[in-house]
Design a protein around this ligand. Structure first.
Ligand SMILES: C[S@@+](CC[C@H](N)C(=O)[O-])C[C@H]1O[C@@H](n2cnc3c(N)ncnc32)[C@H](O)[C@@H]1O
Length: 267
């Protein structure tokens, strides 16, 4: 990564918007969005940037056009523009930062891109936001697994789920369903159920930080795939995860203790 960079190039900032409303956004992300000459992103995510900046140009695209979108953002930056390429949540978690790195790793990478400064600005991921709204289910070791088999074989997903479930990780499950895909969650729950008690708490969080947000805590044995769509993230507890009454709140909180019971407090 020690390529020399001419000074007259533009900048590509890959910006995490957080899960939804501006209240979840970092100050650094908001500053990069305000400074940008151009905003590039999936149209639904660009709509989450409500602040209009005079002269700023928006370049919306369709959901499945990540490669073209990343290349477009680099091309604009190579013209000297200050580009913010937006992602929901954290851009490094199943999102556009890796798509940009894939473009930079191309053997036929355009010479014009050498002048571009690339920065990645982190955001609050859906799993982090769902965890915060439900208590502290990610309080001990956890694994984050996407159930989408668009970009990896289902056999890989299955073996990772089984290994992580057997190792007693808390599991954050992304992309649990889509318009074209509903059976994966059922299969994933069956697989996890072979290792976990049916009473294990599961956080089912939909549209976190957005209008209509719902956060439910459901025993593993009662998770109904009908509760889940592409705007949902699930957090499946480990053997140690438990519920707790939160003062003044009707809904139970969920947490995973930092310590296993066999490890004494003085250890
Ligand atoms: C392509 S991934 C993007 C993840 C994102 N970069 C992040 O850090 O959270 C899309 C998946 O993230 C989850 N997700 C994203 N935003 C969400 C939200 N506001 N509420 C619940 N789940 C969300 C869903 O599982 C969705 O299918």
């Amino acid at each position: 990564m020690s390529r020399a960079r001419p000074r007259n190039g533009g900048r590509l900032a890959v910006v995490g918007l957080g899960p939804g409303g501006v209240g979840w956004r970092t100050a650094a992300a908001s500053a990069l969005l305000a400074e940008a000459t151009d905003l590039v992103g999936y149209s639904a995510y660009l709509a989450m940037v409500d602040a209009q900046v005079a002269g700023q140009v928006r370049h919306p695209s369709d959901n499945r056009e990540e490669e073209r979108r990343a290349a477009q953002a680099l091309d604009l930056a190579a013209e000297g523009r200050s580009v913010a390429l937006v992602s929901s949540g954290d851009p490094g978690v199943f999102a556009m930062a890796a798509a940009v790195m894939e473009q930079l790793d191309r053997p036929d990478r355009p010479a014009a891109w050498e002048s571009v400064e690339v920065v990645v600005s982190p955001g609050v991921s859906a799993a982090q936001a769902a965890a915060a709204l439900s208590g502290a289910p990610l309080g001990h070791d956890f694994a984050t697994i996407s159930l989408s088999d668009n970009l990896k074989p289902w056999s890989v997903i299955e073996s990772r789920l089984a290994a992580a479930a057997a190792a007693d990780f808390v599991l954050a499950l992304y992309n649990p369903a889509s318009r074209h895909r509903s059976s994966q969650l059922e299969r994933a729950l069956a697989l996890i159920g072979a290792y976990r008690d049916p009473a294990t708490p599961v956080v089912v969080a939909r549209d976190v930080g957005r209008p209509g947000e719902t956060v439910r805590v459901v025993p593993l044995g009662e998770v109904d795939p009908a509760m889940v769509d592409m705007r949902t993230v699930l957090i499946v507890g480990s053997s140690q995860t438990r519920t707790v009454a939160l003062p003044g709140r009707a809904r139970l909180g969920v947490y995973t203790p930092r310590r296993y019971p066999e490890v004494s407090a003085g250890a």
